[in-house]
Design a protein around this ligand. Structure first.
Ligand SMILES: Cc1ncc(COP(=O)(O)O)c(C=O)c1O
Length: 381
């Protein structure tokens, strides 16, 4: 991996020491150029021209194929959404709920992974059960088994959690949850782009992923995978323009495609979607295995150096870590540390769960880790 060339292609890295890819990542120029280039092209050509529309929709469908390939599934199983939240709402709204039906989430969900199920609890009487992850993540699957009942309709967990960056054993969870008759899916916001993901191998029913975090892509475009054999179980609850393959308003009949595209409707931002495809190609060119290996190496280095900071402790469990490390410093206010890192050192990190979350991406260097460690030592002195 030519790290200098990669960093040169992500100009925002010149401005700051950036440790918040888990929040919103910096965008590579090739991706920004793709999006801006398409908007400029539309500006010059005019948008409502048959040839322009053909190119744009052709490129957008190409992105569906790229996305499917990225996740090891078929284009028919890919829906484009605006956000992870929207994807999870498609699933939660699409099921028929009866009072007392159960859904299992973790006790560390982002609001995106909580609200779609909280609404089902409020509106349909579903019961939301929370799977405890810490302090003993080794017991996650056993605890999941203990929560599953014959009323469990859905298991919907973060693949990697937001605040502590805990990577869950997704394939095992999918196997256990599906064997109990539940639909199993993941919020992949903190996972996609960090390591290879083969959803077929993972065996889940659905998976929501986004562009703007570890994939380094544009903001406001995301994807939802729904397994072919599960599609018929998720009803379409909202629809509109471009959705039905056939519609007869006189007769009052319509038909949806037999694919995950049935969930898409209305005006969409095609340049952003195509930009998402460009960023997935970019990541595949760098290599997901190489990305994972480099991140693991830098994370190991980071962990080692944290021991030099008085009172500091990594809260992210080592065996369940991916690229994010949450570091708590005894006696220090994490928000004050976040502020000091930014104001005095131009280091970008955030402060959830009583610590500072540092996102180590493949473009992160050991020198940047050193900068953080020295800055923290200075701040806690
Ligand atoms: C685990 C997780 N899910 C979802 C999101 C946000 O999803 P969206 O804004 O696409 O709905 C985040 C953002 O921080 C997250 O960490």
């Amino acid at each position: 991996m030519d790290i200098e060339a990669i960093r040169a292609g992500i100009p925002a890295l010149r401005e700051t020491t950036f440790f918040n890819t888990a929040g919103i990542a910096p965008m590579p120029s090739v991706v920004a150029d793709e999006v801006v280039g398409l908007i400029r092209w539309e500006e010059m050509q005019g948008r409502y021209r048959p040839d322009v529309m053909e190119v744009m929709s052709g490129r957008a469908e190409e992105t569906r194929r790229t996305t499917a390939q990225f996740f090891g599934v078929t284009p028919e199983e890919i829906t484009f959404t605006h956000s992870i939240s929207e994807g999870l709402n498609i699933i939660s709204e699409g099921l028929d709920w009866r009072a007392g039906d159960e859904v299992i989430i973790t006790d560390q969900e982002h609001t995106s992974g909580y609200m779609p199920w909280a609404l089902r609890a409020e509106q349909q009487g579903a019961v939301v059960k929370r799977l405890r992850l810490m302090p003993d993540p080794e017991g996650i699957v056993d605890r999941l088994r203990g929560l599953l009942t014959d009323r469990t309709r859905v298991v919907a967990l973060s693949h990697v959690t937001s605040s502590l960056g805990i990577r869950l054993p997704a394939a095992e969870i999918a196997r256990v949850g599906r064997a109990a008759g539940a639909l199993v899916g993941f919020d992949g916001a903190q996972a996609a782009g960090q390591f290879p993901i083969d959803l077929r191998e993972m065996g889940c029913d659905f998976y929501a992923a986004t562009s703007y975090k570890w994939c380094l892509g544009p903001y406001g475009v995301s994807t939802l995978y729904v397994r072919q054999g599960t599609l018929h179980r998720i009803a379409v609850r909202r629809s509109g323009a471009h959705a039905p393959v056939k519609v007869d308003m006189e007769a009052g009949t319509f038909a949806f495609p037999d694919t995950a595209r049935k969930f898409e409707f209305g005006a969409r931002n095609l340049p952003l979607r195509i930009g998402y495809g460009r960023t997935l190609r970019y990541l595949s060119e760098v290599g997901l295995k190489e990305i994972e290996a480099r991140v693991q190496d830098t994370v190991r280095y980071f962990r080692g150096r944290v021991t030099e900071i008085p009172g500091a402790r990594v809260q992210t469990p080592e065996r369940f870590a991916a690229g994010a490390l949450n570091v708590a410093v005894e006696g220090a206010d994490p928000r004050a540390l976040q502020k000091a890192l930014w104001e005095q050192h131009r280091i970008v990190a955030v402060s959830p769960a009583g610590g500072l979350r540092f996102s180590v991406a493949f473009f992160t260097t050991r020198e940047e880790v050193d900068r953080v460690v020295e800055a923290l030592k200075q701040a806690v002195r």
